[in-house]
Design a protein around this ligand. Structure first.
Ligand SMILES: *Cc1c(COP(=O)(O)O)cnc(C)c1O
Length: 418
């Protein structure tokens, strides 16, 4: 793995580590040096502003002539530690922490786009992302074309002279469709556009989009980076130049800032990210394979299974399948969408362990019915087209024992009316 720690002379020092320190080490140590007290666990700097030594120094710092902490809307040591650590894991030069995953995408758009620009986006991305591009950016005269998650030719055909950004997410929610990041990067480069990838489902522990040519990586820190369902957080990884020229100025004036407290929680989450992702992926693979043997299950969606349509691509691009497994419970064929929905509700309501919540990325296994929750704002036709039918159930595997989760689902499978 390459060492992404920038050697650029910056006013804010780095923690002293050998230049060849590996990712596992960076995940627990990258950041800032300890304060004067020599704390081993990173400090939480809950302060809105920073005292300046004198007026002339303050003036230089406010004018960006000298790097220092000024005001926590755009500079805070705890947030900087999180940014440096995540950048190291993603193989990015730099990173900006944001208040949420959605505000990372807002920052992306505000930093890179202007009226008259065109965006190409997969139609399978997170629902709020679709609404942000089509609705909010649309209001400011940015046009977005939505294309197939899996067919790069559709992306190429959608290019226009004013295309500035390609936006992808892989795997997607809830059906775990995988896109070919390398192919999309080639299309973006030919067109002189940027490629941004939402890496929420894999995290850098399983997939590093920049290694396949992505220019920008988006994170919802709310999910696996925290990993324990505690805070809302986000991040945008990019080159040092894009961060300095395009994103920090927007952060400074628009203020979608990551709070120091939330940064601290997510920073500590990064320390266990890779072992959590490995353990949760292993359980998810076992769950997916077991679900494929269940009579009440029509189909399973999991990138780590041979039955997944993009299995080979997923296994080339990711080091494991991730923790999200979706499946279709039977019902549609016999009783249409109404029976499929009541069967799905029955399976969900029969669980005694799984948390019924649309969040994912928690150590507690969660279960949800996408078509009535996360994808409830789509029309039935849109859902049919996307394959998110009434029988689909999504399980985001946590660290619960796999046998307990199988038994939990079996409670519903074994009592479904025939
Ligand atoms: C949750 C999620 C987001 C949004 O993140 P928030 O932190 O909830 O704002 C964006 N993309 C994906 C893939 C997500 O799962």
């Amino acid at each position: 793995m390459t060492d992404s720690r920038s050697d650029a002379p910056r006013g804010i020092p780095r923690v002293q580590l050998p230049g060849d320190a590996r990712l596992d080490t960076l995940a627990v140590r990258e950041g800032l040096p300890p304060s004067a007290w020599g704390e081993n666990s990173e400090a939480l700097f809950l302060t809105s502003s920073f005292v300046q030594p004198d007026a002339a120094t303050a003036a230089r710092r406010f004018a960006n002539e000298e790097d220092a902490f000024i005001y926590s809307r755009f500079t805070n040591p705890t947030v900087t530690m999180f940014e440096r650590r995540l950048a190291a894991l993603e193989g990015a030069e730099a990173c900006v922490g944001t208040a949420s995953g959605m505000s990372a995408i807002l920052l992306l758009g505000m930093g890179l786009l202007k009226t008259g620009d065109h965006v190409i986006c997969s139609r399978s991305v997170f629902g709020s992302t679709i609404r942000l591009f089509a609705g909010e950016f649309g209001k400011f005269g940015v046009e977005t074309t939505f294309v197939s998650q899996t067919d790069p030719d559709e992306w190429r055909r959608a290019l226009k002279p004013n295309t500035k950004l390609l936006f992808a997410e892989s795997p997607t929610n809830p059906l775990t469709e995988v896109c070919d990041i390398r192919a999309l990067s080639a299309i973006a480069k030919d067109a002189g556009a940027w490629l941004a990838v939402d890496n929420c489902f894999c995290s850098p522990a399983l997939q590093r989009p920049m290694a396949y040519g992505a220019d920008l990586v988006i994170h919802s820190g709310t999910k696996y980076l925290d990993g324990q369902g505690r805070v809302i957080a986000g991040a945008l990884c990019a080159s040092e130049q894009l961060v300095n020229d395009k994103f920090t100025p927007v952060m400074r004036s628009a203020g979608m800032s990551l709070s120091a407290f939330n940064a601290w929680v997510v920073l500590k989450g990064l320390e266990t990210l890779s072992i959590r992702m490995e353990a949760q992926s292993a359980r998810a693979l076992q769950l997916g394979a077991w679900l494929e043997t269940q009579e009440q299950v029509e189909r399973v969606f999991y990138p780590g299974l041979k039955s997944h349509p993009q299995h080979a691509l997923a296994m080339a691009q990711q080091s494991a399948g991730g923790a999200v497994v979706s499946f279709i419970v039977r019902g549609q064929a016999e009783g249409g969408p109404a029976l499929a929905r009541s069967n799905a509700f029955h399976v969900i309501d029969s669980t005694q362990i799984c948390s019924i919540t649309a969040n994912l990325g928690d150590t507690k296994t969660t279960i949800t019915h996408p078509s009535s929750t996360s994808h409830g704002r789509m029309t039935e036709e849109q859902r049919e087209a996307a394959g998110i039918t009434q029988g689909v159930i999504r399980v985001a595997m946590g660290l619960d024992h796999i046998e307990d989760i199988k038994a939990d689902l079996l409670r519903g499978f074994s009592t479904l009316s025939q």
